[in-house]
Design a protein around this ligand. Structure first.
Ligand SMILES: *Cc1c(COP(=O)(O)O)cnc(C)c1O
Length: 367
């Protein structure tokens, strides 16, 4: 256990009511939006469920892009609310092809909503946000984005892209707390939500958050806000602002570039072949035929490096090199790539660890 003093967590000062609105405004700046931002006092999964629950109604038709279990769950919640859900799925662990979304839209007489994850931390795929947004716009349908992992790792321009709902969390690229999340909601989306059945009182009701917070001048949040989470969110945003959001994003992009250069120098092609289709949060590396992913992970752990298994339908086929948040740094990237290489070598796969280390350091030195 670290030397963290857990007693510091006791008796925290109340998070002052007049700090919630400035905190929401800082999240608006991160998402580049003038739209309303509401807090969901729970981890991002619950915020996503609240979005699906608040927009679903019988008769609603959704095109749901699925590139990981997160998309699958979102579709499940939409269906629970009575919506008809058309699923467009990518190959395992790969981003969606916007042309497949376009073709599905063309085949449907009515669509109300397009929903997609922006960047996947579960497999390293990056979905084409601008193209998906343009498709949604061209059909005049709401565009809902899971930006939990991408905020801080990739630029998100909520207003310019014409996004209608985006869910963000601080626990990924922003290296903040996992217990509070936020949802940006466009005026169009509020109109849509007002027409859907409301389950208030419910932790899943965005309409209730609008009535209880925004329409009351954004003072006290409903319920008993958890002070530790809000103080931690403020501290995380302070640290992000001190570094600069552009620099935080650039640091993640550099970690992805260096990780991918390192894998290629090992002699291994990254799981996602195209650099522009890979997320900046994690880099997925293949588990070669005949090698057990759990053995690779255990061998890397012996070196003190945590390789993560694939999440969802690619479990066992990839390992993830994590460079999210404070892990987006030279030392972690170097350790990830060399430990993955060393673990492969132990399984009899021929790799060039020296070349990989050089490729990572060259990428950081800008060579
Ligand atoms: C991490 C993540 C979530 C939800 O995260 P929790 O930490 O489980 O709340 C949702 N969507 C995406 C794309 C994520 O990466």
């Amino acid at each position: 256990m670290s030397r963290f003093d857990f007693h510091l967590l006791l008796d925290p000062p109340r998070y002052p009511t007049d700090r919630f609105a400035p905190l929401a405004d800082r999240i608006k700046r991160l998402l580049a939006t003038q739209a309303d931002v509401v807090f969901v006092q729970a981890e991002a999964m619950l915020a996503l469920e609240a979005v699906a629950t608040s927009i679903a109604r019988p008769g609603l038709v959704a095109l749901n892009v699925v590139t990981s279990p997160y998309g699958t769950w979102f579709g499940t919640w939409l269906r629970r609310g009575g919506a008809t859900v058309h699923q467009v799925s990518a190959a395992p662990g790969q981003p969606i092809d916007a042309a497949d979304v376009s073709a599905c839209l063309d085949g449907l007489p009515q669509v109300d909503i397009v929903a997609a994850v922006h960047a996947e931390s579960s497999n390293g795929a990056l979905n084409p946000l601008a193209e998906l947004a343009a498709l949604a716009r061209s059909r005049g349908v709401l565009f809902v984005v899971d930006a939990v992992a991408s905020v801080g790792g990739h630029p998100i321009d909520f207003d310019v892209h014409g996004i209608d709902i985006a869910v963000m969390g601080a626990q990924k690229a922003l290296a903040g707390p996992a217990g509070v999340s936020a949802v940006a909601v466009s005026a169009r989306a509020w109109t849509h939500i007002a027409a859907a059945p409301d389950y208030a009182p419910s932790s899943l009701s965005l309409a209730e958050l609008k009535h209880g917070w925004i329409e009351r001048g954004r003072l006290a949040l409903p319920g008993t806000p958890a002070p530790l989470e809000f103080w931690a969110l403020e501290a995380a945003l302070d640290r992000v602002d001190a570094e600069g959001i552009e620099q935080v994003i650039a640091r993640h992009q550099q970690a992805a570039r260096a990780s991918r250069a390192g894998l290629r120098a090992l002699g291994i092609e990254p799981w996602i072949a195209h650099d522009a289709a890979a997320s900046a949060l994690v880099t997925s590396a293949p588990v070669p035929a005949g090698v057990d992913a759990n053995v690779l992970i255990a061998d890397a752990a012996r070196l003190g490096v945590e390789l993560m298994p694939g999440f969802g339908d690619i479990e066992g086929r990839i390992v993830r090199l994590n460079h999210t948040g404070m892990h987006a740094a030279f030392d972690t990237v170097l350790a990830n790539v060399t430990a993955y290489g060393a673990a492969l070598e132990r399984q009899g796969v021929s790799v060039d660890i020296g070349a990989a280390a050089r490729a990572v350091s060259d990428a950081y030195a800008g060579v």
